[in-house]
Design a protein around this ligand. Structure first.
Ligand code: GAP
Length: 475
């Protein structure tokens, strides 16, 4: 196992041990590719959500947010193309009955080859995927003797399409008419509300509609922890524009979204763009923002130029006009759309992977180490930990006073158990940027020790300055 794989396993264990992520229904042996967020995970996830929401809506006067239902009229998915096209080419191994997504199977094999051979294989695969040449894909798998990881054989079925949408029944009558889907993307809730928002908000093109919400996909190959889940959350924004301006807006949103990622302090070398070779049925251009996870560069966000495909389809299927009258050019048209779509859970995983560090702090006298999450302070689940040095002499009372002063403004944590060193380590492990120790000197001169997570430096500051110091770092 490579060091990066070891690191990834350590991150997964850390997420569980410190209350960030648990396997769903773990006491029943879990549910594959479904996860729950624990006490610190839920906070971190909410902070990422808030950071995205604020930057997309509050800081963009031309974008408003909505919250559409997960269930939508079934015709939505016929119109959007998901009933007919939202599928992946799959192949089954006849000996193990294990099903694989064809691109994942070939990509996995490419990683075992030399860089040149791997690239050549992926180029062949991309060409065949683009042409929807399923027979060619099967031949490619057989010619390269790509084996099933379970049976070890090359006994493959034909390549088939497999729809990724979950369906369920609405109401008590089980007939075809009552079959509805769990949405596989949040975007359609925005498209069907385009006119409602445009009219009631008196929005002028160009403008955007943002949304955060759950999406569901019956992923066949669910790997890499919360990277690919069956129930996940998306943060999407559809930006409605005048036809013909899509190239310019596509470039603008590519840059803007990359800058959003970098604003969290991540090393730019950890990111790159990857253009789509096989475009989704709705797109005329698409690019992924990829981050270097411990298992390689992988997609975290997509920017898609969706043309007028979705609005036109909904117009046709609903028989309702979804047009905009542009007073500047005196024209009626169906707007074009640039979409930015980021997976919240993937952003969560990125944030944890980027923050996780194992540090050896040994000195010649003493072996020592720590695991620290160097989270951006604004995303940390707990912003400030407050420790009375001892449980007596009025120190807990002073610490509680500071808690009461700060907790209306940000999340604080109070602890009086164990040595200060142990308390620091526990906060390092969940990414708390600041710890305050109240000691006997506090009673004399009103100062406290503040300890900084990343540098581990400690300094004395007035107790009265603590709240503002933290507030300044987290806005
Ligand atoms: N509305 C466009 C759309 O849904 P997508 O590329 O299929 O595009 C957008 O998904 C983002 O949603 C991805 O970049 C990824 O971050 C996230 N995502 C997609 N499938 C996911 C899954 N199974 N588990 C977790 N996140 C997923």
């Amino acid at each position: 196992m490579s060091t990066d794989q070891n690191k990834f396993q350590a991150i997964i264990s850390h997420c569980k041990e410190y209350g960030f992520v648990f396997q769903s229904s773990e006491i029943y042996d879990g549910l594959s590719a479904v996860y729950d967020y624990g006490q610190y995970g839920a906070e971190l996830k909410k902070n990422i959500k808030d950071y995205w929401w604020k930057s997309m809506t509050q800081l963009h006067e031309d974008i408003v947010g909505i919250d559409a239902a997960i269930f939508m009229h079934p015709t939505t998915w016929k119109a959007s193309g998901h009933v007919d096209n939202f599928s992946d080419p799959m192949i089954d191994n006849k000996d193990s009955n294990k099903r694989y997504r064809v691109d994942h199977l070939i990509e996995g094999h490419a990683e075992t080859l030399s860089p040149e051979a791997g690239e050549a294989l992926l180029a062949q695969m991309d060409e065949l995927l683009k042409e929807n040449d399923f027979a060619g894909l099967k031949t490619l798998i057989e010619e390269n003797k790509i084996k099933c990881s379970v049976s070890g054989t090359v006994n493959w079925t034909e390549v088939r399409q497999f729809n990724l949408m979950f369906s369920t029944q609405l109401g008590s009558v089980t007939d075809e008419a009552s079959e509805i889907y769990l949405r596989p993307e949040t975007a359609q809730g925005i498209f069907v509300n385009f006119l409602n928002v445009q009219k009631t908000g008196r929005m002028k093109i160009p403008f955007g509609i943002a949304q955060i919400g759950k999406a569901f996909r019956n992923e066949i190959v669910a790997r890499q922890f919360i990277f690919r889940m069956r129930e996940f959350e998306q943060m999407e924004m559809q930006f409605f524009i005048r036809p013909g301006t899509q190239k310019e807006w596509y470039e603008k949103w590519k840059e803007e979204r990359l800058q959003w990622h970098l604003s969290l302090g991540t090393d730019p070398a950890k990111y790159h763009f990857k253009d789509h070779i096989k475009l989704a049925h709705y797109a005329d251009a698409a690019v992924d923002i990829e981050y270097e996870f411990p298992f390689g560069f992988k997609e975290v966000e997509g920017i898609h130029s969706r043309t007028d495909f979705d609005l036109k389809q909904h117009q046709e299927f609903s028989k309702k006009k979804l047009q905009y009258f542009d007073t500047e050019i005196n024209q009626n048209y169906v707007p074009y759309v640039i979409e930015t779509s980021i997976g919240l859970d993937r952003m969560f995983l990125l944030t944890i992977c980027n923050a996780y560090e194992e540090q050896d702090l040994s000195t010649p006298e003493k072996a020592d180490s720590r695991v620290v999450l160097k989270l951006p302070a604004k995303l940390s689940p707990i912003k400030l930990a407050i420790f009375p040095l001892t449980k007596k002499d009025g120190l807990p009372e002073l610490a509680k006073e500071l808690m009461n002063e700060c907790k209306p403004f940000f999340h604080c944590y109070y602890e009086e158990k164990d040595s200060i060193g142990k308390r620091y380590r526990r906060q390092d492990a969940i990414g708390t940027p600041f710890c305050i120790t109240i000691d006997h000197q506090t009673k004399e001169d009103g100062t406290v020790t503040i300890r900084h997570r990343d540098s581990m430096e400690q300094e004395r500051i007035p107790l009265s300055e603590v709240r503002n110091l933290v507030l300044n770092k987290i806005v």
